[in-house]
Every structure is written in structure tokens, then in C-alpha cells.
Design a protein around this ligand. Sequence first.
Ligand SMILES: Nc1ncnc2c1ncn2[C@@H]1O[C@H](COP(=O)(O)OP(=O)(O)O)[C@@H](O)[C@H]1O
Ligand SMILES: [Mg+2]
Length: 262
Amino acid sequence: MPTTQDSTDATARSKTTNQAVIAINNVTKSFGPQRVLDGVTFNVHRGETLAFLGRSGTGKSVLLRIIIGLQTPDSGSAIVLGTDMAQASEEDISAVRTQMGFLFQHAALYDSLTVAENVAFPLLHHRKDLSESDRHDRVQMLLNEVGLEGHGKKMPANISGGMQKRVGLARALALDPVILLLDEPTAGLDPISSGEIDELILGLQHQHQMASIVVTHDMLSAKTIATRIALMNHGKVVIEGSYEKLQGSNESFVSQFLHRDS
Ligand SMILES: Nc1ncnc2c1ncn2[C@@H]1O[C@H](COP(=O)(O)OP(=O)(O)O)[C@@H](O)[C@H]1O
Ligand SMILES: [Mg+2]
């Protein structure tokens, strides 16, 4: 049995039952003279949804890219399923990525593919063991799960923004991930569609018990979906905890954020 924390193998899924699935420790990242992340530390466990809030430009998307292994921190570590994403080989990073579902901020669907083909895309690449009919069944199941039953043959350009986000969510769930990373999943949606997406995320999380991070600038969304909320300012997590804990904070930055939406 592996005993060291950084050993990676096929048992990563079970090994992380008690330890954090995502462990971010004192991460810094600068672009030229601009220090975007200035010592960020937090953990996410299985079954938790951490909402990440902060003004635009505070490094939330950079942080997600570090977790995915698309950017490297200048110092500190991002340990994901026991793998240090800044140090690991491309092969190990790819192995971790197959256990992650992500929805990028400007969740581009493939315009020339149908809704169903978009959802099937990760399966075609990573689940070559599936027969065409098994893949078809899985896509239908995923579409049902996000409330898009019967919309599989449509083109992305012909569905609403809220439906496009649902397609992105179905695609993120295609490989049955342990980790779900959503970057502003309700940005640009009207309040009713945003509320529906929040409810969907809450239900999916309840069903799949992933370790999830949802970046948002909407406190109402965070309150709805999150187990914990982390608020970023000037490259640091200024407060982290339940919505109630944030409400009880005397820090002016925290109360400004809390009262902006009400
Ligand atoms: N690859 C990059 N090169 C240079 N600057 C970058 C790069 N990625 C992000 N930045 C800068 O880092 C800051 C934080 O970006 P980002 O993480 O996208 O903010 P947020 O998602 O919180 O709105 C921004 O000022 C952005 O311009
Ligand atoms: Mg962003």
C-alpha cells in the first residue's frame, strides 16, 4: 500500500476519502510586475462545493488553470488527487485531468457539432472502450440529467444561453469526474436562468458528491450552491467559511460584497 501523500496510482479515488481532493498551499503567481496570487491556501474535500468570489481580475480563473495544470504557480503547490500539478509529468497531469470536469468562463461549445456531439466529445477521446450504442446511451442520460432531453440534435447557435451552459455541464460530467471546476457558470444569464443553473449545480453535486469549485461574482449563487465560500481580494483569500460566517464579518470588503446583491 502506498503510504506517502504524493504517490499517485489508480487508487487515487479511494485514497482521497479522508484527505483533501484539492489542496492549494501558499500559491503565488505574477505576470510581469503584477502579483495576481499572493499566497493562496485552501482545501476542497469530496462532497464539498467551494464558491470562489472576488472582483474581476483577482486571479480566480488563473487559480482554476493552476489546478488543471494549464498554468504553473511561481511558488507554493497545487496538489490534486495526490498529484502536484506544478511538478508532475504531462502523463500524470493527463491522468488527473480525466478525473476532472471543467466549464471554462467563456464555455465555448463546438459550433459545428450538435448538442449531443458536444457532450459525446470527451467520451470519444477518453472512453474508447465504449461502443457507439453505449456512448449514445450515456449521452442521452447526461442530457436528461441537465434537463436537455430531446435537444440533442440541435446546434449550439440555436439554443438559449442557459441551455448552452447546460450542455457545457453535461460535457463536464461526461467522464464521471471526481472534481468539478466551474468558472462563472451563470455569467451573462438572466436572473431566472441563473437561478435554474444554480439549482441544477446543487442537484448534480448532491447526486455525484464531487469536490467542486465554482467561481462566481454573484453572492446569491454562492449562497445557494456552496458548502463554503472563499472571498478573494488583492491576491489573497480574505475570508473563508459559511455564508453565515461571512455575514458576521466586520471587514468592510466582506460586507460590501454581501450587500451588493441585496
Ligand atoms: N497568461 C497571462 N498573461 C498575462 N496576464 C495574465 C494572464 N492570465 C491572467 N492574467 C492577468 O491576471 C489577472 C487575473 O486574471 P483572472 O484570473 O482572469 O481574473 P478573474 O478570473 O478573477 O477575473 C488579470 O489582470 C489578467 O490580466
Ligand atoms: Mg475569470
